[in-house]
Design a protein. Structure first.
Length: 344
């Protein structure tokens, strides 16, 4: 994957984050102070869930889907949020998915708060509850917030970050800090690739890892532990593009790639990847040989009927490429390439 494609993927990644932010948006007027007060009152009222039932067994039934989880202490929760071990928004939605299908959103959120009340003792109960209530109120305001439509991604995201801190204060870092670190890194990575093009590859790899660690901050270990090895491998190939393009022989390039792939995937997988590339090179050499023969055949046999020509070419493809399966694979690839040319 070349650097232009990587930059494009990074931009798409940033847009993906923005699309998540728009998930809650509705084009209605901004929430008033009265709306927020009403929302807080509702979230703190157990009667919110009463239409679904009452009585001694009701709460046990309503809360039972949550009982399978061991509740973390407040300090454990804070530490996991600060280091990115958990994502608060994902945890909220994981809890919401356990609510009964017939629950309204307000009933589900009230059930989550009731679960917190049943699992925690004071003063932890109030602290954990406040974190959830604050997030629920933030969602309400965010849904009603008319976002500017004439800003770049960077400027709009900054507005969103400012709005979060306006509504949540320091809790914004606990709830959204990891997401914001990922977006900042994604935005910065594209610029990093542009500004370090002429850097020595080894130095560039180190500089990239240092930049990544600085961007992720306290979330670094957690985020890296969840990253896909293949994505990181592809990024390193982009960073080392200068080296990869400098080899005069395929043997030297293969040794270089094998060292990198062994580090990411282990020796067995690295050798398998090398074997696949060898097969691909052999196939491309065979294709090149076939296309030369095809050109010469067509030049010498212009009087054949279309049916005779196609049959002879098929036989030539099988003979040159080694099997009917390879011959068919070549033809499919060729047809796709021709279709793409016609499209663009």
């Amino acid at each position: 994957m070349d650097s232009k494609k990587i930059i494009f993927v990074l931009v798409l990644f940033a847009i993906f984050f923005l699309s998540l932010l728009f998930f809650f948006r509705k084009d209605i007027s901004e929430a008033s102070i009265q709306d927020l007060q009403s929302r807080e009152k509702n979230l703190n009222s157990e009667t919110r869930i009463s239409p679904l039932g009452s009585g001694d067994g009701f709460w046990d039934e309503a809360l039972s889907p949550f009982r399978e989880d061991r509740s973390k202490s407040y300090l454990e929760l804070l530490e996991d949020l600060r280091t990115g071990k958990i994502n608060f928004v994902w945890e909220v939605w994981a809890l919401r998915r356990k609510c009964k299908q017939e629950y309204t959103p307000e009933q589900c959120d009230s059930t989550i708060l009731a679960y917190i009340d049943s699992e925690y003792e004071s003063p932890e109960r109030e602290k954990v509850r406040d974190l959830f209530v604050s997030y629920f109120k933030y969602e309400e305001v965010y849904r009603n917030w008319k976002q500017p439509t004439d800003l770049s991604f960077v400027d709009l995201y900054q507005k969103i970050k400012d709005k979060r801190r306006e509504l949540l204060g320091e809790k914004a870092d606990l709830i959204f800090g990891m997401e914001e670190a990922q977006v900042d890194f994604t935005e910065g990575a594209a610029n990093f690739l542009k500004t370090t093009e002429n850097m020595n590859p080894e130095t560039r790899v180190k500089a990239y890892n240092d930049f990544k660690k600085k961007s992720y901050g306290a979330y670094f270990d957690s985020l890296v532990s969840r990253e896909d090895s293949y994505d990181n491998y592809q990024m390193e190939l982009v960073i080392r593009e200068k080296d990869l393009n400098s080899f005069s022989s395929s043997e030297e390039k293969e040794k270089y790639l094998n060292r990198i792939e062994t580090r990411y995937f282990g020796k067995e997988k690295a050798n398998a990847l090398a074997g696949e590339r060898q097969k691909e090179r052999h196939f491309l050499d065979s294709v090149s040989n076939y296309e030369k023969q095809e050109k010469e055949f067509l030049r010498l046999n212009r009087n054949l009927t279309e049916k005779e020509r196609d049959q002879k070419l098929k036989e030539l493809r099988i003979k040159t490429l080694g099997s009917e399966e390879e011959a068919d694979a070549y033809l499919r690839r060729k047809n796709i390439e021709e279709a793409e040319k016609n499209l663009f």
